[in-house]
Design a protein around this ligand. Structure first.
Ligand code: NAP
Length: 485
């Protein structure tokens, strides 16, 4: 299969926070991969910006080290030198006055050149940066800003941030990143649903028993303890990543694969979500396994009531999904690193094979990681004599196996999303009203447990979460899939 790389015109990209962790691990290695694939034209400029007073040469050295450490690009050192030559650096403080003139000088004075500003800094600086760009005349007709998560802490702060950005930029110029939307499998979810006749007729309450979305991590909170303890799994994962996956699974077919057509449909899903009964939410917090720290040790807060795990059952009140449970689950320090969406279909209405054949259900599993791909579970006859015994077997499609090296070379989420910014395609970015609707749904849940003073349930590091999470689904006669102890 021949990989198709769609070239773009040379662009200017400024990375605020260009010396930070995200820039070093994801943004710059991703840009280098795009450069190697021929998608980033030589005339482009990438300018790192942060407060540190370093020279361009020092910055290039930092980026060289980051690329050696984090890039998966199959590219030689000569290409790396060419890429590094595109890099500039300007010392600028988001809240200060110096450096802005220099930054303006570094950009090309041409109204037709795409000028993207990536806000890879803490969220408290987003508003400052937006204002500085306007005040110092750094925008042009092709300007766009890229805003990282977290986008707000609750509905009120998200509204305030939206309003602040809207003072300086139009919605069509604002790209709110949720990197889950840049994952190949997530886009494949739309291709599978809307590119095949096979699934969509069955994709509703009449044929689907339930849907599970799991995002399990083996890591703890790491160095993000002070941020995470004010946030927790609900704000850090459910409000954004899991909600976005839920929207793509549940939305109506958009009329076209265009930004507002897709985002309108996602928004309708969020607005149709029922409030969740407190009995249908389980929060957990990991304990020490003897070797690794407990959550409370990690965040250095011995009395913390923040959850590192959440499992919940929710419903979407519309014709397509009435009474179909959606089980969501995410957590840290679990037994496996695994992200999966499972669509579990209902039993056949009548078994011609009798009770002995057992109970069998079709299931479509969409794996985001590891080993991105899809599995369709189908029921067949167990080989051999002795009657009709049925067995479930997987029709498995690993993208790497099916598509060969192209799948391995597919751009990672950040690469794809950055190139979408340059192309001006907002389909895979969250619109302001979507983010606010998501907070409007999660806020009352969080306020509820804060008001009641609920404590998260302890769970062993390396397990599948608290026992109550298993009970949440088992009491409905179902069981979690995806991660095992
Ligand atoms: P980080 O490692 O702390 O880096 C912050 C960057 O911002 C540094 O380059 C810092 O450089 C710069 N900076 C700080 N204050 C500044 C100011 N007043 N003016 C200009 N530059 C300033 O943070 P990060 O992990 O890269 O995260 C950046 C953003 O991405 C955050 O919003 C985070 O929530 C989000 N994010 C990060 C990850 C991740 O994996 N790291 C994942 C998802 C989202 P100086 O100190 O030299 O100014």
């Amino acid at each position: 299969m021949v990989s198709r790389v769609i070239p773009v015109d040379p662009f200017d990209l400024v990375i605020f926070g260009g010396t930070g962790d995200l820039a070093r691990r994801k943004i710059l290695p991703g840009l280098f991969r795009r450069y190697c694939s021929g998608q980033m034209p030589t005339g482009s400029r990438v300018i790192g910006a942060a407060r540190s007073e370093i020279t361009v040469e020092e910055y290039r050295e930092t980026v060289r080290e980051a690329i050696h450490e984090f890039s998966k690009a199959k590219c030689d050192e000569a290409a790396l030198e060419e890429f590094l030559a595109l890099l500039g650096y300007v010392a600028v403080d988001a809240r200060g006055e110096s450096g802005w003139g220099e930054l303006k000088e570094a950009l090309r004075d041409d109204d037709d050149i795409v000028r993207a500003f990536y806000f890879s800094v803490g969220p408290s600086l987003f508003g400052d940066l937006a204002e500085q760009l306007r005040t110092h005349g750094l925008t042009n007709p092709e300007v766009r800003i890229v805003v990282e998560k977290p986008f707000g802490h609750d509905l009120e702060s998200a509204r305030a941030l939206n309003a602040e950005l809207a003072r300086h930029f139009q919605e069509t110029q604002i790209y709110r990143i949720d990197h889950y939307l840049g994952k190949e499998t997530v886009q494949n979810l739309m291709a599978v649903r809307f590119g095949n006749m096979l699934f969509e007729p069955l994709w509703n309450a009449q044929y689907v028993d339930h849907i599970q979305i799991t995002v399990a991590e083996t890591v703890g909170v790491g160095g993000r303890g002070s941020y995470y303890d004010k946030s927790g799994a609900m704000r850090d994962m459910v409000q954004n990543h899991l909600m976005q996956l839920l929207c793509l699974i549940a939305m109506e077919p958009p009329a076209r694969f265009e930004p507002d057509a897709v985002r309108d449909e996602k928004l309708k899903v969020i607005r149709a979500l029922d409030p969740v009964d407190p009995e249908s939410i389980v929060r957990g917090q990991y304990t020490s396994d003897g070797e690794l720290n407990s959550y409370r040790e990690d965040v250095e807060n011995p009395a913390s009531k923040t959850e590192s795990f959440v499992a919940m059952k929710c419903y979407i009140s519309n014709w397509r999904w009435a009474n179909t449970p959606f089980y969501l689950r995410t957590g840290k320090r679990l037994s496996a690193q695994a992200s999966e969406i499972a669509v579990v279909f209902k039993d056949a209405p009548h078994s011609i094979f009798g009770m002995d054949a057992g109970r069998h259900r079709n299931m479509l599993s969409i794996r985001l990681q590891p080993n991105e791909g899809m599995t369709l579970g189908v029921t067949i006859k167990e080989p051999g004599p002795g009657g009709m015994r049925l067995v479930d077997v997987p029709l498995d499609m690993s993208f790497a196996d099916a598509l060969g090296p192209d799948a391995e070379d597919a751009p990672d989420a950040y690469e794809r999303l950055i190139m979408d910014v340059i192309r001006g395609n907002q389909t895979l970015f969250m619109r302001g009203d979507e983010v606010e609707a998501a907070w409007a749904w999660t806020d009352p849940l969080i306020e509820g447990w804060e008001r009641r003073g609920d404590h998260p349930k302890p769970y062993d590091a390396g397990s599948t979460g608290p026992d109550d999470a298993a009970f949440l689904i088992n009491k409905d006669g179902r069981r979690w899939r995806g991660i095992k102890t």
